[in-house]
Each structure stands twice: as structure tokens, then as C-alpha cells.
Design a protein around this ligand. Sequence first.
Ligand code: 13P
Length: 251
Amino acid sequence: MRKPLIAGNWNMHKTVAEAIEACRILETLVQDDQVETVICAPFTCLSALAALGMKKVKIAAQNMFYEEQGAYTGEISPVMLRDVGCDYVIIGHSERREYFGETDETVNKKVHTALKFDIKPIVCVGESLEQRKNGQTESLVTSQVEQAFSGVDEADAQKIVVAYEPIWAIGTGETASAEEANRVIKIIRATLKNLYSEEVAANIRIQYGGSVKLENIKELMEQSDIDGALVGGASLNPETFASMINYKSLK
Ligand code: 13P
């Protein structure tokens, strides 16, 4: 059984004080221990959030570098993320790919070093509107998944979370329909089956991301292959985000 994982990606939002306040509210409101809850906070907030000693909310970084240490001005290493108590790290978000030169090759390197330091990667894949219109969705996400998992053994592969985030649905208010998100996620699971086995693929959690909100989370979560959500804008308000995590209570 795959335990659903709902992660809030705060992007470049929140001061330390705002982050602490939001997490205190989340800790109070999150009810469902059948859902794993993760907050992907800015680097500057991570140690303050870890110091809260939260029981229901795990913390994640939104990026990291693939080297352990060295002359890489401005970068943060997996050793540093482990040091502040990060359980997860987002790798290969489309914004990193678009604005900061992330490639399938650097995604793979980051996956390997994150796993080495016991930080679970949340690997983002997804097509642009143009790629979708050109019928490239399936081949693109398959190739992104194959490259991200390259050289990762069976045991480690099952620690990775994949987030299918179609770029055209991020921050646009336009969501893939639940059926369409499930269809592409099934293709991703079939790719993982080809790379490993049916059993391994059945254990890997695959989230959907892109304009997930209170109004659509339940329908998305009810799909057969959607094991969670990577939520951007709607995760900034802790009351709203807590209601999304408690989606089973929604009508
Ligand atoms: P939105 O939920 O704001 O569309 O963002 C999705 C996202 O990119 C989460 O990583």
C-alpha cells in the first residue's frame, strides 16, 4: 500500500516568522495520519521549522546541489540539508529547469547524492503546453523518468517520489483533469515497471501537481494511481492546506 504524500511547495515565499506561524497552525489542524504531510520551505526557514519538532509535518528543501561540499558559492549541499533535519528535497522542478539550467543529467546527479545522505527526492517531471500540443507528453515524461532513475538500484528507487507536474497547469489555475493526470501517471508507473519490476513500480509514490486546490484535491486523490499532490499557491494558507490534507472529510 502506498501512503499518500501531500507536499506544499512554498516557492520563494515566507519569512522565518511566517513559516513558523504557518507550521504551528498546520500541526494543530492536520488530522489524518494516513497522509504524509511535507512542507517544502525556503532554505532560510528550514532550521527554524526543524526546531519546532513537529510530529505531523515533515520538512523538505526545494532544491540542492549534487556535490557534498566545496567551492560552489551560493549552493546548498545534501549534507547541509540532512544537518537541518530535511527528510525530502524537490529535484528538477520545472522552474529550476526553465530558469536555472537544471537538466536531466543534473537531476540524476542530485537524485544520487540526496539518496546517499538519506534525503528522499521528490523528482518533478512534466511537459510544456507546446510539447503537449505536439503529442510529446508520453515520450517526454518517460524520458525524464528514465534519466532521473538512471543508475538507481531497486531499494533506493522505492524511496523516490515522482511528481507529475504539467508545466501548463502550474500557477495557471488550469488543472489537468483527474482522469488525464491519472492516465499520464499510469504511463510513469509503466515506465518504472520497465526499469525495475511490477512490485517496485507498485511501491513508488507518484504525485500530481499543477493548480491543485481545495476544490479539486479530493477528485484527484480518488484516482487509482495518484498517490498525493505537490501543491504550490494553495499551500501558502495553512488553514486551506490543512483542509486539503484532510481531504477525506471534504464533501
Ligand atoms: P500551483 O499549485 O501554484 O499551480 O504550483 C504547482 C507547483 O509547481 C508545485 O510545485
